[in-house]
Write a protein that binds this ligand. Structure first.
Ligand SMILES: Nc1ncnc2c1ncn2[C@@H]1O[C@H](COP(=O)(O)OP(=O)(O)O)[C@@H](O)[C@H]1O
Ligand SMILES: [Mg+2]
Length: 327
């Protein structure tokens, strides 16, 4: 559905000079600094997927979404959505997709929400029956009723995001782009938005590409994540596979029922021992948790045990910092 190949977006910035004469020099300067906001990124998204596009601030997420929605023309590489080039014939293109930008609304600031939605109905030529049905569905799921008659400028951030989501889906697009849809929201509001996104993907079959710097969005929603930083794609796959490949060691904490002199076991390392409590470290490649527990229970009487997974947040941070996947 989406094909991105060696996509690039470079911004040329006039070199800035400091000081009083600096500003004059800047004005006449022909020297540029190039910001490689998106630098040779390739991926594909299939129909029905819900893909997370994860990266820290400034990674190039919004720039990618802007190219995918036809707002920006790539500097290089290829980009096609359903075989179309987004920036060419943008009018026809946007009628087929939905887009929500967390940082700015697509609704009319001074109009009540309902009037904005009705305007969009006309712009996108949504048949009356379809419009009413969709509005009724979204009204319930997003709890829009209490503020349908409120001007957009008076909405809270969470309300505005819900109104924007409704607006983006009224014309039944089969592809939805969300740029930081949970930014600035509290935990409850985030959860509500996530549930709605999941619903739209599962029940309506809408393909979703969601950018975020919030790992928990991706953890809760996406089977697949693209991790980007400084314009480069660092990872494409599931978070589980990411943990397997790059995660730290898992830990098994066991309370033994009797004192044993030798608590060692093949496949794991003893890293702590205190009274009857032993902590083992192991990796997924070496041994599965159940196999390790099986081995231990053959040799020792076990009172209690717990498996501690390595912190996914730490794994992702390591990917940004150590650029584990470069080269
Ligand atoms: N219009 C622009 N002109 C110059 N630089 C830009 C422009 N838009 C984005 N950038 C730069 O490109 C990089 C990526 O920005 P962006 O795509 O907004 O990142 P993200 O959405 O991941 O936070 C940043 O360094 C940003 O400053
Ligand atoms: Mg952004």
């Amino acid at each position: 559905m989406i094909t991105v190949q060696n996509l690039q977006k470079h911004f040329k910035l006039n070199k800035q000079y400091r000081g009083a004469w600096g500003s004059v020099r800047t004005l006449f300067s022909r020297e540029y600094e190039v910001v490689k906001a998106v630098d040779d990124i390739s991926f594909e998204v299939a129909r029905g997927e819900l893909v997370g596009y994860l990266g820290p601030n400034g990674a190039g997420k919004s720039t990618t979404i802007k190219m995918l929605t036809g707002l920006l023309v790539p500097s290089g590489g290829e980009l096609a959505v359903n075989g179309r080039l987004p920036w060419r014939d943008r009018q026809a293109y946007v009628a087929r997709i939905g887009a929500v930008f967390g940082q700015r609304t697509t609704l009319w600031w001074d109009l009540p929400v309902i009037e904005s939605l009705e305007l969009l109905q006309h712009i996108y030529h949504v048949p009356n029956g379809r419009f009413r049905q969709n509005l009724a569905d979204f009204e319930t799921m997003l709890e829009l009723k209490p503020f349908l008659n409120t001007p957009v400028r008076s909405l809270s951030l969470g309300q505005r995001m819900r109104a924007d989501l409704c607006a983006a889906l009224l014309h039944d697009p089969d592809l939805l782009f969300l740029d930081e849809p949970t930014i600035g929201l509290d935990v409850v509001a985030k959860e509500r938005i996530r549930q709605f996104i999941r619903h739209v993907n599962r029940e309506r079959g809408t393909t979703v590409l969601l950018t975020t710097h919030d790992l928990s969005d991706v953890q809760k929603l996406c089977d697949r994540v693209l991790i980007i930083d400084r314009g480069k794609l660092l990872y494409d796959g599931s978070l589980d596979a990411l943990q397997t490949r790059f995660g730290g060691r898992r830990e098994l904490v066991v309370d033994l029922a009797e004192p044993y002199s030798d608590v060692s076991v093949a496949g794991a390392t003893v890293v702590a021992r205190e009274n009857g409590r032993v902590t083992y470290q192991f990796t997924r490649e070496e041994i599965g948790a159940s196999e390790l527990i099986g081995r231990l229970s053959q040799r020792f009487r076990i009172q209690d045990l717990a498996v501690r997974e390595p912190d996914i947040e730490a794994t992702v941070r390591r990917i940004y910092e150590e650029r584990l996947l470069e080269n």
